[in-house]
Design a protein around this ligand. Structure first.
Ligand code: DOR
Ligand code: ZN
Ligand code: ZN
Length: 426
């Protein structure tokens, strides 16, 4: 099937290109990119007023499959990804069983292929059973198809174990995606440690919980040469540390989630589970530092930490609710509304942080709209305003504090391998 995308503003970080061009796709490949293309195509998309970006890449989602499919499964997660404009997602290994065997990797790869709505790249667990003791066989996991390693949901607290894992990851060229949390410092905290927590009578999680492990992981990356990617950075000091580490020549990248740049602890209006995520919403100064870090390109990646849970689990007070909110179907709108429309990020930077840079972190040949590349493309109307309604989500997870928010930025089409896998009109 051939496809012509007309009249859109093409934003292609790989060529620093932002201009009104038509794109012709055939055989799943970007064939032509010109002004006013005159060519016959099986299907024509009018992208007038829209941005045409490389398909978005989310380095951080939880698809809960195998084992926890009442929260999400690979098919519903893939549908949510497509609806959110994502053509590639990396799924974290804290499933049941955890992703620590080639068999589980193969299961995910096969099931994702069957769904056929987005590229799903499994992330392998760092340790057996994610118990923090025994480093997994990354070589075997890589052969089966993992794109990175992570113990997401927690940190490997034993630094010797983590160093060994990092050395092996460096040898194999696998990125290490780090969830930074000193579990011994958490002490039952459920939200940020501040006046709001006190007012709500809730135990707090201090910035040091994250910062101590971020510092350790940066030092271990320096020592081992591993490619370190810091997940869901939420504190002002994590931004400073990444900036310093980069200046020191350490191979580190930083990720920020939409909830951490869109909300802060002041926005928590009640003791409700949908405000609970890990790391938590921080203070205004942290949020502003994260935004500045994105603006300055200290922070490289926007990813969602899409963490679906059931309504029963999340419709509880914070002490009882699990950590996590869904993100795939609100990420474009929150980025557009809170970063691009406010002038904090250019549209080019948005494409960099949501596609081009994630591809670089993974070392995959994606995230570009260059001629000859696989046609993974998203068409976004930056000016379309709407109200977030969780009932329209493809995800099983409806857990988000952004339900009912008025946002700008609508995903109109998601194209995977030259095929339309999502259209907001259909
Ligand atoms: O909020 C979170 N939810 N943070 C994590 O690190 C884990 C995730 C989950 O698996 O639900
Ligand atoms: Zn995490
Ligand atoms: Zn996560």
């Amino acid at each position: 099937m051939s496809l012509l995308i007309k009249n859109g503003t093409v934003i292609n970080p790989a060529e620093n290109q932002m201009e009104k061009l038509d794109i012709f796709v055939d055989d799943g490949i970007i064939q032509k990119k010109e002004k006013n293309l005159e060519v016959n195509a099986d299907r024509v998309i009018d992208a007038e007023g829209c941005y045409v970006m490389p398909g978005l890449i989310d380095l951080h989602v939880h698809f809960r499959d195998p084992g926890l499919t009442y929260k999400e499964d690979i098919a519903t997660g893939s549908a949510a990804a497509a609806a959110g404009g994502f053509t590639t997602v990396c799924c974290m290994p804290n499933t049941k069983p955890v992703v620590d065997s080639p068999e589980t990797v193969t299961y995910i790869v096969e099931k994702a292929k069957e769904a056929g709505l987005t590229n799903v790249l499994p992330v392998g667990a760092v340790t057996k059973g994610m118990l923090g003791k025994e480093v997994n066989d990354f070589e075997a996991l890589k052969k089966a198809g993992i794109c990175a390693i992570s113990e997401d949901g927690k940190s490997v607290m034993d630094s010797a174990v983590y160093r060994k894992a990092m050395k092996e990851a460096a040898r194999l060229g696998l990125p290490v995606m780090a969830h930074c949390e000193d579990i011994n410092l958490v002490e039952g905290g459920v939200m940020n440690m501040d006046a709001k927590a006190e007012a709500l009578g809730l135990k707090g999680i201090s910035n040091a919980v994250e910062d101590i492990i971020a510092a350790r992981d940066i030092l271990l990356a320096k020592e081992t040469g591993a490619k370190l990617h810091l997940c869901h950075c939420s504190t002002r000091d994590s931004v400073t540390m990444i900036q310093e580490a980069k200046a020191d020549g350490i191979d580190v990248t930083g990720e920020v989630c939409p909830h951490h740049f869109s909300m802060c602890t002041e926005d928590i209006t009640a003791n409700e589970g949908n405000f609970k995520m890990n790391p938590p919403l921080r203070e205004r100064e942290d949020m502003e530092t994260l935004v500045q870090g994105l603006h300055d390109n200290v922070m490289d990646v926007i990813s969602t930490d899409h963490a679906p849970h059931s309504a029963e689990e999340k419709n509880q007070v914070m002490e009882k609710s699990p950590f996590g909110i869904v993100g795939l179907e609100t990420s474009v709108a929150l980025t557009m509304t809170n970063l691009v429309k406010t002038g904090k990020l250019t549209p080019m930077q948005m494409a960099e942080k949501m596609s081009y840079n994630p591809a670089k972190v993974l070392g995959i040949d994606k995230g570009t709209l260059n001629i000859g590349k696989v046609a993974d493309i998203v068409v976004i109307n930056p000016d379309e305003t709407y109200v977030v309604d969780v009932n329209t989500f493809k995800s099983k997870g409806k857990n988000t504090p952004f339900d009912g928010a008025t946002v700008s930025g609508k995903v109109k089409y998601t194209i995977l391998n030259g095929k339309i896998v999502y259209s907001d009109a259909e």
